[in-house]
Design a protein around this ligand. Structure first.
Ligand code: C5P
Ligand code: MG
Length: 190
């Protein structure tokens, strides 16, 4: 069992890299952002509850997000491992993930971060917004609020995972295949 947290600011390339890594390492990819968007699109109760936060570029309350993540994990009992993309985003989510995996005899193997400068990423998201159809990628104020949320609530996870000796980082800027290669060098050693 290998459980990898793919870490990084919005637009850092987590989803893009996950598409390659899940194939290469035979992992189950869970993107919490994608699961939220699926629920939004289908008008589920969860989608309705999450929408108010997503529309403001804020994080959805931990209780909702944690429950959703656990449900996704439970759907894949026979997997060789998970690639968590966009989760955890708060210390409370990280604690919940540790506890939840422990009940199954699993743990987070490593957290791998894609590093990039905010200003480059804001431009990337605005560019992505032209085709992604995501309202939260089209408004610079919303994008900046997502970075604010990241700095306040998500960045502390770097120290959290460093404290566990599980934090690794690569330069997230470059050709997609180059970045995959950088990530692979770390994952191959786990
Ligand atoms: O990961 P992604 O950028 O696709 O997430 C889109 C939005 O979903 C976030 O801005 C946030 O509102 C919500 N989200 C969240 N908590 C997570 C993942 C996503 O609140 N763990
Ligand atoms: Mg994503």
């Amino acid at each position: 069992m290998v459980n990898i947290v793919l870490f990084g600011k919005p637009g850092a390339g987590k989803g893009t890299q996950a598409e390659f890594l899940k194939e290469k390492y035979n992992l189950t990819h869970i993107s919490t952002g994608d699961v939220f968007r699926y629920n939004l699109k289908n008008g589920t109760e969860l989608g309705k509850q999450a929408q108010v936060f997503i529309d403001k570029g804020e994080l959805v309350p931990d209780a909702l997000t944690i429950k959703m993540l656990q449900d996704e994990v439970e759907k894949n009992p026979d997997t060789k491992g998970f690639l968590f993309d966009g989760f955890p985003r708060t210390v409370a989510q990280a604690d919940a993930l540790d506890e939840f995996l422990k009940t199954k005899g699993w743990e987070v193997t490593a957290t791998v971060a894609l590093e990039a400068d905010d200003e480059i990423l804001v431009q990337r998201l605005l560019e992505r917004g032209k085709t992604s159809g995501r309202a939260d990628d089209q408004d610079e104020n919303l994008i900046r609020n997502r970075y604010q949320e990241y700095n306040e609530k998500t960045a502390p996870l770097i120290e959290y995972y460093k404290g566990q000796g599980k934090f690794f980082a690569v330069n997230g800027i470059g050709e997609i295949s180059e970045v995959t290669q950088r990530l692979s060098l770390i994952i191959d050693k786990l």
